[in-house]
Design a protein around this ligand. Structure first.
Ligand SMILES: NC(=O)c1ccc[n+]([C@@H]2O[C@H](COP(=O)([O-])OP(=O)(O)OC[C@H]3O[C@@H](n4cnc5c(N)ncnc54)[C@H](O)[C@@H]3O)[C@@H](O)[C@H]2O)c1
Length: 303
């Protein structure tokens, strides 16, 4: 299944030029679009065809918003195929896991990926907060796994945080850095502690805003305006939480709490109750704000 039938069996592509993205959600679709735009043949995978096609639709919209020349955009789209399950993971030189932020799920996925992937493949996780060492624990070759933490929206954000696990081989780290650079990103490196640099900073920012809302310090609109206009942030904390996904933001806080046992990371109850009510932000249509449904792309499933 490819965007238009071209990506799947293009004989010109060596394994090294193929990227397999596990999980076609917010981040997987963005990473797929960015890799495709930089010339990789990409497989974007999810657990059902509907979810994979939604991811492809999201990648298509991201490429449209990037305002590339028409030919480049079409070429990038042709580079993406969708898949269900890990059956084709052995065709890729780079595997990027972007499934939900749950340790059990990521461990299970990497057990399968390790079995199926090409022996020379780079195995990367886009986790935003889980220790890479924990994700790789129990694998036959944990030294193959590295963190490549991309930012949302991937096509607009120019950072990749690379996180070596305790046993990651130096050449794996070098390849992860080279992958980020090939995608036009600035690469920074962090030690493998919960939340690394960026998610630790983000979690505190979002959580503090939620506690202020909880305590009635100000309205969400005024808190957002305070961060935007007072600190020149491009968006307020609630707008950002809706973009990230409240489930992901809460998962990051819980992982920081678990990892550090520090009250700084005690998640505000507003976040937990909103996640329990399915108010996850943009991806579910409602979070702190409401987002009208987008029209489905022709032939696509919409999002
Ligand atoms: N949302 C952000 O801003 C952001 C930023 C940086 C990193 N991250 C990290 O990226 C990862 C993905 O986050 P997201 O926001 O894209 O989540 P998401 O919920 O938008 O997408 C996750 C996708 O994974 C799929 N999935 C679930 N189980 C799977 C399985 N077994 N195999 C394959 N796919 C499966 C889901 O169906 C879904 O489409 C998480 O680790 C998150 O912490 C998120």
């Amino acid at each position: 299944m490819s965007a238009d039938g071209a990506g799947e069996s293009d004989p010109r592509r060596s394994v090294r030029e193929r990227v397999f993205v596990v999980g076609a959600g917010i981040m997987g679709s963005g990473i797929a679009a960015e890799a495709a735009r930089h010339g990789y043949a990409v497989t974007l995978e999810d657990v059902t065809e509907e979810l994979a096609r939604k991811g492809l639709d999201r990648a298509r919209r991201a490429l449209e918003q990037a305002k590339l020349p028409e030919g480049e955009r079409q070429e990038a789209l042709r580079n993406i195929e969708v898949a269900i399950g890990l059956r084709r993971v052995d065709t890729a030189g780079i595997v990027v896991e972007a499934a939900p932020e749950r340790l059990d799920l990521k461990r299970e996925l990497f057990r399968e990926i390790e079995e199926e992937a090409a022996p020379e493949a780079l195995l990367a996780t886009n986790t935003s907060s889980l220790p890479v060492t924990s994700i790789a624990a129990g694998l036959k070759a944990p030294e193959r796994v590295v963190g490549t933490h991309f930012f949302n929206p991937v096509l607009r954000m120019s950072l990749v945080e690379v996180i070596p696990g305790l046993t990651t081989r130096p050449e794996v780290v070098a390849r992860a850095r080279a992958f980020g650079e090939r995608l036009g990103k600035t690469v920074v490196q962090s030690r493998d502690t919960p939340g690394f640099v960026t998610s630790r900073a983000l979690a505190v920012l979002l959580n503090e805003a939620a506690w202020m809302l909880y305590e009635g310090t100000a309205t969400k609109e005024d808190i957002d305006a305070s961060y935007r206009l007072g600190f020149a942030h491009p968006m307020g904390p609630f707008e950002l939480a809706d973009l990230v996904g409240l489930d992901t933001a809460l998962a990051i806080l819980d992982i920081l709490w678990e990892g550090f046992k520090d009250p700084r990371y005690r998640a505000c109850p507003i976040l937990r109750s909103m996640v329990e009510a399915g108010k996850l932000g943009r991806k579910s249509g409602e979070g702190f704000y409401i987002y009208p449904p987008r029209p489905a792309a022709p032939g696509g499933a919409g999002a």
